[in-house]
Design a protein around this ligand. Structure first.
Ligand code: 3H9
Length: 723
């Protein structure tokens, strides 16, 4: 792993070579500087081309090295050296030039990219800012508004757009190094003054103050609590008001202060966790990641409700032909229209990228299950009803070809029970998509007790093919994500019983960083879904007489508030009222409802609950610690392989603030003894809330001295692993 150099007549070609993404590790930087110095001194060399091996320019600084102190030349020192060269330097960009990779390219005098390449400064997504001159050079090249947009959102920009913005000078469809060599030969002898971005004056704009203020306001709202977007704006602002070298100092000052917040560490943990969850071993059943997935060419989707439609679109976007099934002509028409209108949007997006509809798979709508007989993989996405799902899987046993995989999209039903009615339980697996399925990145892959390693590998590969982050979990009621939500929502309801308004609880948790508080979330999802399921299981009654002081079910505390709202027809957004009220025309904005205050006051009076003030910290602690404790229980039962899996699920499916790493990482950074202490004292005072009883695993990890989160797996070692 280093940079190498070869000579093509009078052009030196320096190649970054550090598989898989040519990250600019300390040794790569060292050898790049050496090769560059030698090429600069070589009298035969008239121009230099900088490129990357492995089909990529570079994905930027080596993130793994951030936790070590690598004492080699800083990237900005190398960038300044390259920019100052008297020989023209051309970056030949293939694959990706991201982060420090693009900053390196920006220090070159010219940039040539191939049509498939992407460029970007995505540092913000890992909690930092481009700190090798990116925030100072990019605005000088493309102007402040476009640079702000790219840097604050961390957007990957395709080559065509990069050309339009002026980031690259030429886009080619041929060998990138040959094209760059030819380009370099053409510019030999031309003045490089105007090509050095550090000396380029910034394009003046009249409304700069407003632009920056709006950017701050938008970033504060959109990335609630995340510090990096604000630091990015501050750095871009410095490019306007400060000379280049002062701007570089500002970058350094800002990155230092970001590191002190702990957010970069959490986001980088989240970055690697997303990659690690696709690799882990199954202690009880072998390693699925060593078993090749079976390839699949065609897919079937049964059920075209909200979920089914999103799944169809996801498959089509991955260019997989789909057979879409509904139970009657009316539902089929509804589904077809919805899919068509979603597809139109996808066509538009493709057009903007200069692509055609041939990039999408084709879809056939039918009522005939027989059409599924040649399909490789079938995803059932009907509503959550065990009887119906079993009927469908029984039918599929006869219709589907023997090697077809049968997936069920369920958010919590028993996979083994569904598999039991088929002739191939080893090929049955849960694929829990999140709504809207064509947008949400998470896929919980649920392993049943008979599911084979090939089936697991194929379902995990399905996730990858669809551009999702797939996490393998064990089979238990509600799996991992929804199961953990239970105690969290339970605490939210208790807080409302005890004196909070729904908006107080939501506000506290949104301030913590959740994308949406629990009550707004319940209203959005529809309160009736859980209510019907509780009714089916006989869990909503008998209602405790109003005059009874304790509200309990089977000896444990139970809040009937959500059931009572449903009995009054308040199902959430869909009925215009739930925990909040929703007014037309949008019907989507949650407004605190004066009715709710009276309802809660009466409820407290009826149940003799003494209203007590609860501060935001207590709200956050009770809800988040409940979530964490259930996370430990999930680990203890072997339903998730490790804390990273839970964190990836929560960051990508439940709006947990990624800059806190995920609930388990947050517990680790908070201090497990603090979490344990809080749970213990709550449970001592509320022994009728078993979900808050500290788990054995949490106590065990605290007892061994709170090892790092990576070492938790050792403590998990001999527990009851179901994966
Ligand atoms: C930066 O540049 C700071 C500068 O401003 C200077 C400051 C002084 N480092 O994602 P994949 C690994 S910050 C180390 O599965 P894909 C990754 O962990 C950096 N490792 O592939 C994985 O390892 P493994 C700014 C990295 O094809 C393997 O490469 N840049 C890095 O789906 C394959 O990755 C970014 O934030 C890295 N920079 O996607 C870009 N990047 O095989 C981050 C990747 O052991 N990277 N790895 O699991 C990405 O967005 C994607 O990896 C990329 C490829 C699009 C490049």
């Amino acid at each position: 792993m280093a940079a190498t150099r070869r000579l093509s007549h009078t052009v030196a070609v320096i190649i970054l070579n550090h598989p898989p993404v040519n990250a600019l590790s300390s040794s790569v930087r060292q050898s790049l500087l050496k090769e560059f110095g030698e090429a600069s001194k070589d009298p035969l060399v008239e121009a230099i081309v900088l490129t990357g091996a492995n089909g990529k320019f570079s994905a930027g600084a080596d993130i793994r090295e951030f936790s070590t102190s690598a004492a080699t030349a800083s990237l900005e020192f190398i960038n300044a050296t390259i920019e100052g060269s008297t020989k023209p330097v051309v970056a030949a960009i293939e694959g990706v030039a991201l982060g420090g990779g693009l900053e390196l390219a920006l220090s070159c005098h010219y940039r040539v990219a191939n049509t498939q390449a992407f460029v970007g400064l995505p540092e913000v997504l890992i909690g930092i800012l481009p700190a090798a001159g990116g925030t100072q050079r990019l605005p000088r090249l493309i102007g402040v508004p476009a640079a702000l947009d790219m840097i604050v959102r961390g957007r990957h920009v395709p080559a065509g757009e990069a050309f339009q913005l002026g980031i690259v000078d030429e886009v080619v469809n041929s060998d990138i190094v040959d094209a760059a060599i030819q380009f370099a030969r053409k510019v030999v002898g031309q003045s490089l003054d105007a090509r050095r971005l550090s000396t380029k004056p910034i394009q003046p704009i009249t409304n700069l103050g407003t632009l920056l203020d709006t950017a701050v306001e938008k970033a504060t709202r959109q990335f609630r609590g995340a510090q990096a977007p604000l630091a990015c704006i501050e750095a871009v602002k410095a490019s306007v008001y400060l000379p280049f070298h002062k701007g570089i100092e500002k970058e350094q000052e800002l990155i230092k202060s970001l590191w002190a917040t702990g957010q970069p560490q959490a986001l980088q943990y989240a970055f690697f966790s997303e990659r690690n969850v696709g690799k882990w071993t199954t202690p009880s059943g072998g390693r699925w990641d060593r078993v090749p997935p079976r390839s699949f060419q065609t897919a079937g989707v049964i059920g075209l409700g909200t979920m089914g439609r999103g799944i169809v679109i996801s498959l089509l976007k991955a260019n997989i032909p789909v057979i879409a099934i509904e139970q009657d002509a009316k539902q089929l028409d509804l589904g077809r229209n919805a899919v068509d209108s979603l597809l139109k949007r996808e066509f538009e997006k493709l057009k903007q990228q200069g692509k055609t509809a041939s990039e999408l798979g084709s879809v056939q709508f039918t009522l005939d299950f027989g059409e599924l007989k040649h399909v490789d993989l079938i995803i059932e996405a009907v509503y959550e009803n065990m009887k119906l799902k079993k009927e469908i899987f029984k039918k599929l046993s006869f219709i589907a070809k023997p090697d077809a995989f049968l997936c069920t999209n369920t958010s919590g039903l028993n996979i083994d029970e569904i598999a039991s009615v088929t002739d191939r339980p080893q090929q049955v697996i849960g694929t829990h998509f999140f709504s809207p399925a064509n947008i949400m990145r998470l896929l919980e892959v649920v392993r049943g007790c008979h599911t084979s390693l090939t089936t697991i590998a194929t379902a995990m590969n399905l996730g990858k093919t669809l551009g999702k982050v797939a996490v393998l979990v064990g089979n238990c009621p509600l799996f991992v994500g929804n199961r953990m939500l239970g105690p969290y929502l339970e605490q939210a309801s208790y807080l409302v019983e005890e004196g909070c308004n729904p908006e107080d609880v939501d506000q506290a948790l949104e301030t913590f960083g959740f994308a949406m508080g629990p009550f707004r979330m319940m209203d959005l999802a529809g309160l009736d879904v859980g209510w019907r399921s509780r009714m089916e299981k006989g869990l909503t009654g008998p209602r405790v007489p109003p005059e009874a002081p304790a509200r309990q079910r089977n000896g444990n505390r139970y809040s009937p508030l959500a059931d009572m709202l449903c009995e009054l027809g308040r199902f959430g957004q869909k009925s215009g009222k739930g925990w909040y009220r929703y007014e037309k025309p949008s019907g989507r904005n949650a407004k605190p409802d004066p009715w709710m205050r009276e309802f809660l006051e009466k409820y407290r009076r009826d149940h003799q609950i003494v209203h007590h003030p609860v501060n935001p910290q207590e709200i956050q602690e009770r809800c988040v610690y409940a979530l964490i404790n259930e996370g430990f229980r999930v680990l203890e039962e072997g339903i998730a392989s490790g804390p990273e899996d839970i964190d990836v699920i929560y960051n990508n499916g439940y709006g947990f603030p990624k800059y806190r790493g995920g609930p388990m990482y947050y517990a680790y950074t908070t201090g497990l003894s603090k979490v344990l202490g809080a749970l213990e004292s709550y449970y001592k005072a509320n022994s009728d809330v078993p979900s808050m009883k500290p788990t054995f695993l949490l106590k065990k990890i605290v007892a061994v001295g709170e090892p790092s989160i990576k070492e938790w797996k050792t403590q998990l070692g001999n527990l009851n692993n179901k994966l």
